[in-house]
Design a protein around this ligand. Structure first.
Ligand code: COA
Ligand code: ZN
Length: 302
């Protein structure tokens, strides 16, 4: 029997750092990315090309990319940058990015708060970016933010999310990520939404992004696993939160997700020892406590 693989994409250097009160230098951000690479992470969201006025912590992402390229760090790795609009896509391309993540929205209010667009406006910007990326040979992840609940509008209609996801998959996105931006989803909701999309499109291009605001991060990962999802975003040491989504706290911690998956017999290719070192570094650099539980357990049982 072959072991089933699950891919973990660490979004700590982007989702994790964007809302920290302490802004890291490009060199510190690189140290964090390097620590994740050393732990075996092949998929990392390394930054964002967003307005430095809106998100000062992501200024200098071009420097992160060029340093990684110099070290030839991306031969078989996928280092993604977030782009909020066409301008961001162009800046990302100019900096040599070959994998981008663009966000679309389950609600109009969240789209307005985040990028001052309507839901439809963000979808058409994503469509345009997808077409350009095709031409440029750039990999695209489209993330549906507030796929379950919006901090401004409340519950999001799953039918709406399924239809939006279906349109984006049919347009040929390399990956469609369902994001519980504020950590409000519960496992049965997750199983139902992921189950519908997997039923229609298969699981190979689908992924999930959970925040651990209410300690339901791992339960939601498990629910999505049951539907066949085999790729998850997570953030080292549970860093994170969205500056434009009130109440959002950190992502489910990478070390917790990896520990659970490995214990369940999935293969992640990630080494927990160096991963704990990366979690320690994340805490040291940001000065915030770990949201993850795995490190304490693993150290005690080492
Ligand atoms: N990268 C860098 N600067 C950008 C940019 C980008 N992708 N898009 C726009 N800008 C700049 C413009 O040049 C302009 O600068 P100026 O004030 O010096 O002239 C300023 O941002 C406003 O531009 P405008 O086109 O009016 O944008 P907006 O105000 O409608 O949109 C966003 C603002 C979307 C650019 C901004 O809110 C943003 O970057 N948000 C990031 C959201 C985010 O990262 N959320 C968390 C992750 S989901
Ligand atoms: Zn997030």
């Amino acid at each position: 029997m072959t072991t089933e693989q699950v891919t973990v994409n660490d979004v700590g250097p982007r989702d994790g750092l964007q809302s920290q009160s302490k802004i890291l230098t490009v060199d510190e951000r690189l140290q964090l990315v390097e620590a994740l690479i050393a732990a075996g992470l092949r998929h990392i969201e390394v930054g964002a090309f967003v307005s430095p006025k809106a998100v000062p912590a992501m200024a200098g992402t071009a420097g992160v990319l060029s340093a990684l390229a110099k070290k030839d760090r991306s031969a078989d790795a996928i280092h993604t940058v977030l782009v909020p609009n066409l301008r961001g896509y162009e800046l990302a391309r100019a900096a040599g990015a070959n994998s981008v993540c663009m966000v679309v929205y389950g609600s109009d209010a969240m789209a307005q708060a985040n990028v001052r667009m309507s839901r439809r406006g963000a979808e058409s910007a994503a469509t345009e970016i997808l077409q350009l990326a095709r031409r440029d040979g750039v990999r695209v992840t489209l993330t549906i933010a507030v796929a379950f609940e919006c901090p401004f509008e409340g519950a999001v209609d799953p039918q709406r999310v399924c239809e939006l996801g279906g349109r984006l998959l049919e347009l040929g996105t390399d990956e469609l990520c369902l994001a519980d931006t504020i950590g409000a989803a519960h496992p049965l909701q997750v199983r139902s939404l992921t189950g519908s999309l997997v039923g229609s499109y298969g699981a190979s291009r689908l992924s999930c992004h959970f925040h651990d605001t209410r300690a339901l991060g791992l339960a939601n990962v498990f629910a999505a696993l049951e539907s066949g999802i085999r790729k998850f975003d997570a953030s080292i040491a549970g860093l994170g939160g969205c500056p434009f989504a009130p109440g959002a706290s950190g992502n489910v911690a990478t070390e917790d997700v990896v520990m659970m998956l490995e214990q369940m017999g999935f293969e992640t290719g990630i080494d927990l020892g160096p991963l704990m070192k990366a979690a320690e570094l994340a805490q040291k650099l940001t000065g915030t406590a770990s949201g993850g539980r795995a490190s304490a357990w693993l150290l005690q049982n080492a």
